[in-house]
Design a protein around this ligand. Structure first.
Ligand code: 5AD
Ligand code: SF4
Length: 440
C-alpha cells in the first residue's frame, strides 16, 4: 500500500464550489489522498476558484504567490487551480505562476486522479474541456463517511441566460440538468450518511429540466416532489433561481410541500427597467414584483433573499432610486449586493462605467437599507416558535447552533440533544446575524 498523502482544498465563491470541492476530495480519496485543514502539511494544494467579480479572481494570484513559498521547503508539494478562474484563465495561470502544476476546469474534475499521476512525474497538466462523459457519474462518492446534517446537491449546472455582466455562461457552460434517478440515488446516499437537509444547487436551478424515469423531462417542482418521498430527508431547499423560471408548479409547491423550506433566493439585480434591459435580464421590476406576490400568496411567511448590482454601466441616480423602491416594496430578509465589476468577454465590459466613488456611495446606501430590512425581519421572529435543525456545537458547553426554516442561525441550550435532530424552539432574542432561542 502506498502511504496516504494529504490534500488541502481552499474553496472560494459559491455553494456549487463547496459541493465541487467535496466531490474532488472524494475523487482524490480514491487516488490515496486524505483531506487536511492546513496548507502547511499538504502534499497537494487545490484552490477552487471564483471568477464572478474581478476581486475574486485577483485573490487567486496573490494566494498562489503565498503558496509558492511553501514549495521551497517541500519540493514535492503540488499546487493545482480548479474552478471558474481555471476555466477562464487556464493558460494565463500557467504562464503567470510557474509554481502551478495543474489547472482543471469545473467540467473536468473527474479526470483529477489521472492528472495527479501525470504531475507526479514532473509534468504540468491543464484540462479545461467540456467533455461528453457525465462527470457526476465518475465522481460517485466513496462509501460511507458520516456527513453533516445539511448538504448541497448539484442538480443543474451552467446558464443560457447571458446576463450582460456575467461570466457564468462562459465558465460553467450551457445549462445541463442531471437525470432525476441519479439525483434521488445521491439524495438517499446522503440521508444514509446522516443528512437531513438538502439544498439543490444550480446556476439557474429553477430552469431544471432533467430526464425522469419515464423518459420525459421533469421540472424542479417534479424533482422536489420526488425528494419529498425520501424517508429521513426532512428539508429541501434550492438555489439560485431566475424570476422568469418561477413556474406555477414550483410556486404552488411552496404552499403544499411541507419539506420545502419557506426561503427563496430570487435575484433581481436592479429595480430600473432601463438597467434590467441593458443587463439582458428579460424581466421588468413590475414582472418581478408580480412573481413575488404569487409566491407570497402561496406561502405568506416565506423569507425572500436577493442579489443586487449597483453601478452597472449607465446607471443614474434615478435608476438607483428605482432599485431602492423595489427593495422597499419587497422587504428582503437576506441579500447580497455588489458593486458592478467589469468581466472581460462579457457584453457589458465595453460600456462606460459609473464613477467609482458614486458606485461605492450607492452600494453603501443600498446595504444600509438591506441591513435594516434584515434586522426588521429578524426582530419580528422574536416570540415565534421555529424548527431548528441542529448543525453543530456552540461555543459554551451544552450550547448548540442550527438553522431555522427561514435559514436564520439559531443559538440555544440543548445539552441532551444530538446534531442532526430537529427541535422546536422559541426565539427569545435577535442578535446581529443570528437568533437566540429556548427549547419548547
Ligand atoms: N459584477 C458584480 N456582481 C456580479 N454578479 C455577477 N456578475 C457580476 C459582476 N460582473 C453578482 C450577481 C449574481 C451574483 C452571484 O453575483 O448579483 O446574482
Ligand atoms: Fe449569470 Fe445568473 Fe444571469 Fe445566468 S441568470 S447569466 S448565472 S446572473
Amino acid at each position: 500500500m502506498a502511504e496516504t498523502k494529504k490534500l488541502f482544498i481552499k474553496t472560494y465563491g459559491c455553494q456549487m464550489n463547496v459541493y465541487d470541492s467535496e466531490r474532488m476530495a472524494e475523487a482524490m480519496g480514491g487516488a490515496g489522498y486524505e483531506a487536511t485543514e492546513t496548507a502547511e502539511d499538504a502534499d497537494m494544494i487545490l484552490l477552487n476558484t471564483c471568477h464572478i467579480r474581478e476581486k475574486a479572481a485577483e485573490k487567486v494570484y496573490s494566494e498562489l504567490g503565498r503558496m509558492k513559498a511553501l514549495k521551497t521547503d517541500r519540493p514535492n508539494l503540488k499546487i493545482g487551480v480548479a474552478g471558474c478562474v481555471a476555466q477562464a484563465e487556464g493558460e494565463e495561470i500557467m504562464r503567470r505562476q510557474p509554481a502551478v502544476d495543474l489547472v482543471v476546469g469545473p467540467q473536468a474534475y473527474h479526470r483529477l486522479p489521472e492528472m495527479e499521476e501525470k504531475i507526479r512525474s514532473g509534468a504540468r497538466a491543464l484540462d479545461t474541456d467540456f467533455p461528453e462523459e457525465d462527470k457526476f457519474e465518475k465522481l460517485k462518492s466513496r462509501p460511507k463517511a458520516k456527513r453533516a446534517p445539511a448538504a448541497f446537491l448539484t442538480v443543474q449546472e451552467g446558464c443560457d441566460k447571458f446576463c450582460a455582466f456575467c461570466v457564468v455562461p462562459y465558465t460553467r457552460g450551457a445549462e445541463v440538468s442531471r437525470p432525476v434517478d441519479r439525483i434521488l440515488t445521491e439524495a438517499r446516499d446522503l440521508v444514509e450518511r446522516g443528512v437531513r437537509e438538502i439544498t439543490l444547487l444550480g446556476q439557474n436551478v429553477n430552469a431544471y429540466h432533467g430526464a425522469g424515469g419515464d423518459g420525459g423531462s421533469k421540472t424542479l417542482a417534479d424533482l422536489i416532489w420526488q425528494l419529498d418521498k425520501v424517508d429521513g430527508l426532512e428539508r429541501i431547499r434550492f438555489t439560485t433561481s431566475h424570476p422568469n423560471d418561477m413556474q406555477e408548479d414550483l410556486i404552488e409547491a411552496h404552499g403544499t410541500c411541507s419539506k420545502l423550506m419557506p426561503y427563496l433566493h430570487l435575484p433581481v439585480q436592479s429595480g430600473s427597467d432601463k438597467i434590467l434591459k441593458r443587463m439582458n435580464r428579460s424581466h421588468t421590476a413590475e414582472s418581478y414584483l408580480r412573481v413575488i406576490e404569487r409566491i407570497r400568496a402561496a406561502r405568506p411567511d416565506i423569507l425572500l433573499s436577493g442579489d443586487f448590482i449597483v453601478g452597472f454601466p449607465e446607471e443614474t441616480e434615478a435608476d438607483f432610486q428605482a432599485t431602492l423602491d423595489l427593495i422597499k416594496a419587497v422587504e428582503y430578509g437576506q441579500a447580497y449586493s455588489f458593486k458592478y465589476s467589469t468581466r472581460p468577454g462579457t457584453p457589458a465590459a465595453e460600456r462606460p462605467l459609473v464613477d467609482d466613488a458614486e458606485a461605492t456611495d450607492r452600494l453603501q446606501r443600498l446595504q444600509a437599507l438591506l441591513t435594516q430590512q434584515q434586522r426588521d425581519v429578524q426582530n419580528r421572529m422574536v416570540g415565534r416558535e421555529v424548527s431548528v435543525l441542529l448543525e453543530r456545537q456552540g461555543r459554551d458547553p451544552g450550547q448548540m447552533v442550527g438553522k431555522s426554516e427561514y435559514l436564520h442561525s439559531v443559538h440555544l441550550d440543548a445539552a441532551n440533544h444530538q446534531i442532526g435532530e430537529i427541535v422546536r424552539v422559541k426565539v427569545v432574542q435577535s442578535m446581529t446575524n443570528s437568533l437566540t432561542g429556548v427549547l419548547v
